[in-house]
Design a protein around this ligand. Structure first.
Ligand code: ADP
Length: 408
């Protein structure tokens, strides 16, 4: 059997097809610029020798229906999918599940209606997900579609972590609270970290750091999320590529009163022009390091602000957890940037955090420990794999197995 994972955005669909018996991704790719005169297709697969191959094309893709049709045709041509009946489930990534979803769910008309009702909380993401979901349900009526939410893992947060200290009615009537994101990634690396430590996830207290263009930190107690750095939207928390993370809300009041910013301008400023980009003019971490090495003081400061914020979150989550078994790095920066990892860990020895400089800088890939043997807190690098996690959760949901999902 196979599981197809779809990540549908407003103008793109990313996909991966997994073979359940060994969870290998046997086909993968994307259809982008849907609705434009020239769509972009990247259609990859593993050939008979298990080597990755890719076909690229540009042609018009009118809508999400046509996009999924073209993906299906490619899967058939590549020999990755014979009949639709081979699909045990289709897993859909959904960014925002609001307060309604704390676990993956088989999609029916009621779920679709709830996802529509959540659009105000995720206007940039949920409409694209819904387009992909509607098309998949129409094209594959016999295959269960499962929604897997970025927010679900964080639904175990207690009210003390998810409530904002603002009037109660804004929470009860408008659902304004902290939700958290990247949940699928935090859950995946937490499970892998437990395996590396040789323990059950329920036996582990972890701080997981997902550091990419978007970044978030999560405190995990006994396998469940206790707190996370993103909030109502993915803007809160750490310093990111173009997002400011934590900021005094009065800055927004000042900007609107004195500099004429309206809601759209504030949104653009804080989501697209801030973070590393705002501090030093570059949002790609590799470019930030290049500039810092060339003596650019603004780039050096951007790295320091980012590392400082990370240390604050590690300290805060340490205080909440009481005992930390491992600090886990993942995401494009977390997995690859040994210099940033070193900056973050420096000075945290009193917390039992001791980096093995050689292991950290070794340039290895894959799951690995980078702490010294005597360190109290294991430092782990765990490459994330959100698509695999979605596939496993989708299958577990349709087969009724609870092993990989986080039911609460
Ligand atoms: P997204 O959040 O879009 O999934 P990724 O997780 O792919 O992003 O992370 C992208 C970030 O990772 C970029 O800032 C990129 O510069 C950074 N990155 C990737 N490889 C390296 C590396 N070798 N060293 C430092 N940063 C890296």
């Amino acid at each position: 059997m196979k599981v197809l994972v779809l990540n549908s955005g407003s103008s793109s669909i990313k996909y991966q097809l997994f073979r359940v018996e060994d969870w290998s991704a046997i086909a993968f790719g994307l259809v982008a610029r849907i609705g434009e005169s020239e769509g972009e297709l990247r259609l990859g697969w593993l050939d008979a020798e298990g080597e990755p191959r890719e076909e690229r094309a540009t042609r018009a893709v009118a809508d999400h229906g046509s996009g999924i049709d073209q993906i299906l045709a490619a899967l058939r041509d590549q020999g990755a999918l014979g009949a639709v009946e081979e699909l045990a489930a289709i897993g859909h990534r959904v960014v925002h599940g609001g307060p309604d979803f704390s676990a993956p769910v088989v999609i029916d008309d009621q779920v679709v209606a709830k996802l529509h009702a959540l659009i105000p909380l995720a206007p940039l993401h949920n409409p694209g997900h819904l387009a992909g979901i509607e098309v998949a349900r129409a094209l594959f009526p016999g295959v269960p579609s499962v929604a897997v939410f970025d927010t679900a893992f964080h639904q175990s947060m207690p009210p003390s972590a998810y409530r904002y200290a603002i009037p109660e009615a804004l929470y009860s009537e408008h659902r304004i609270r902290r939700y958290g994101f990247h949940g699928t990634s935090h859950q995946y690396v937490a499970r892998r970290a437990a395996a590396v430590l040789g323990r059950a996830p329920e036996g582990c207290n972890l701080i997981t750091l997902h550091l990419g263009n978007g970044s978030s930190a999560t405190a995990i107690r006994a396998g469940r999320c206790l707190d996370t750095s993103m909030g109502l939207t993915p803007l809160e928390g750490l310093v990111m590529g173009t997002r400011c993370g934590d900021i005094d809300p009065a800055v927004l009041i000042y900007l609107s009163e004195h500099l004429g910013y309206d809601a759209a301008a504030l949104d653009h400023l804080l989501n697209r022009e801030s973070g590393l980009l705002g501090l030093c003019g570059a949002n790609d971490m590799r470019e930030v390091w290049r500039r810092a090495e060339a003596g650019d003081a603004r780039a050096e400061l951007a790295i320091e602000v980012m590392a400082h914020r990370l240390k604050k979150y590690i300290g805060a989550y340490y205080a909440l957890l009481g005992r930390v078994d491992a600090l886990v790095f993942t995401g494009g920066i977390g997995e690859n940037d040994h210099r940033l990892r070193a900056r973050v860990c420096a000075g945290l020895e009193a917390l039992g955090i001791r980096l093995d400089d050689q292991a950290n800088a070794a340039g290895a890939s894959g799951e690995r420990a980078i702490s010294t043997p005597e360190a109290q807190v294991a430092l782990l690098v765990i490459p994330t794999n959100e698509e695999l996690e979605i596939a496993r959760q989708a299958l577990a949901t349709v087969t009724g197995a609870s092993g990989d999902s986080n039911r609460s």
